[in-house]
Write a protein that binds this ligand. Sequence first.
Ligand code: HEM
Length: 151
Amino acid sequence: MSGNAGGGLVWGLKASFLRYVTSAEGEIKVSDGADIAGSETEFLFPSGDEKGRFTGQVDFDAHGGMLKVTIADPWVEVAEDGKATLSVVNPAKLKTDRSQRITIADLGEIVPQGDGTAQASAALTMHGVWLLGNVYGPGDELDPVTFPWAG
Ligand code: HEM
């Protein structure tokens, strides 16, 4: 089993970002069913009511509230051409309309791990760049994403 991915999506977002927030004495808070995964540098977002949909929220808060990043309800969607993306709730709409989503990462090839999960590399989209404060660039690599996968 890759982490706890049988029970949901396991993702560390971006290791250097986690190190940065931690070293800036920031706070990382899990809520809504999200949890710290086994490795403690990854989060577990439990499976939702449909395939590829996961629930839970992780909030990063640092620099006295100037840095606020929220990852909520990540979904993996595979388009007809086989290209996969990862979306989250638009952070500007967290309190008003959680159906508003933004695609933050393009996923690479989905590689089954042989244990009911699959892993894919992840690269920032323009919206992902915006979510993380316009510091990284489009295409910059995020941590790989692991999720339940039959087949
Ligand atoms: C008081 C305001 C801020 C200060 C003083 C500050 C300072 C810094 C410094 C010094 C670095 C370089 C850290 C290093 O290389 O280890 C950095 C990186 C970074 N900052 Fe900030 N920052 C501020 C606000 C923000 C905000 C609002 C965001 C929005 C999300 C943000 C996102 C980032 C990111 C993503 C990195 C790159 C981390 C990495 O992967 O190495 N920062 N910041």
